[in-house]
Design a binder for this molecule. Structure first.
Ligand SMILES: C[S@@+](CC[C@H](N)C(=O)[O-])C[C@H]1O[C@@H](n2cnc3c(N)ncnc32)[C@H](O)[C@@H]1O
Length: 245
């Protein structure tokens, strides 16, 4: 096991529903998909193909760093998530991993954040840039999260659900693994006013109707659901009720 992320990867192994007899940690992340890519439906569009490639993931990484420097609309609502000191946070579709690392910082020195992604190229970048004793990465599909029920103190997924064939399943999985009383937030690109971003749908990205994701949050039992659309981005946030069991 990579020594830098030893503690974070141990936490990931401890939280698994079905831990493998011989965990594959050879690339610095816990690979639960191996040579295959799991049984969940796949996105075969060119956007996800790009994020699965070394060049595409490198280009995305540079673009997101610039966007996050320039535009506050890209910043995850870290304070609002209320991650307790020593807590464990989840970043679904973690890409280059900088949001995962921000979650870990918010969880204090004893906290851990785990990033889950399907792309080996993205995970390789994330491990190089962000893996540490508090930040670990897992290769798995958002539609079938490998963790036990009610294990995380916060969950986010930024700019991912538009690429996931069964986005409802991914959201349901996030709710399942969230502890009662804890919060989750997601962000997706929107078509924009007049639909200038619609061209992305040719690359396999889905656009959600204005209230679609907020409605799904409520159907999944989340409370205090808030939706905010800022230009080409929509944020949706909610809390799992304490009596969710
Ligand atoms: C646009 S990037 C966003 C990365 C990161 N969340 C951020 O905000 O910078 C989308 C990420 O979602 C990942 N992804 C797409 N489909 C996925 C799935 N079914 N399961 C897990 N990750 C997925 C991609 O590999 C890619 O790293």
């Amino acid at each position: 096991m990579d020594t830098a992320s030893n503690r974070a990867l141990s936490t990931a192994l401890d939280l698994l529903r079905d831990p493998p007899a011989k965990p594959d940690l050879g690339k610095g992340y816990l690979d639960l998909l191996g040579a295959g890519s799991g049984e969940a439906p796949k996105n075969s569009g060119f956007i996800q193909k790009a994020w699965a490639s070394p060049v595409g993931s490198m280009l995305y990484d540079h673009a997101q760093l610039l966007n996050r420097r320039l535009l506050t609309a890209f910043h995850p609502p870290i304070d609002w998530l209320g991650i307790p000191s020593g807590g464990v946070a989840l970043d679904v579709g973690s890409g280059p991993g900088n949001v995962t690392a921000a979650l870990a910082r918010a969880a204090g020195l004893d906290g851990v954040a785990l990033g889950v992604d399907i792309s080996e190229a993205m995970l390789e970048r994330a491990v190089k840039a962000e893996a540490s004793r508090q930040v670990g990465f897992v290769r798995a599909d958002a539609q079938q999260l490998p963790f036990r029920d009610e294990t995380f103190d916060a969950a986010v997924s930024l700019a991912v659900l538009q690429l996931v064939p069964d986005a409802e399943a991914a959201l349901s999985e996030m709710v399942r693994v969230l502890k009662p009383g804890r919060r989750m937030a997601i962000m997706v690109p929107t078509a924009g006013h007049g639909g200038p971003m619609r061209f992305l749908s040719r690359g396999g990205a889905r656009f959600f109707a204005e209230d679609e994701l907020g409605d799904i949050f409520e159907e999944l039992g989340l409370v205090g659901v808030r939706t905010k659309t800022l230009g080409f981005l929509q944020w949706v946030r909610g809390q799992k009720p304490l009596d969710a069991r």
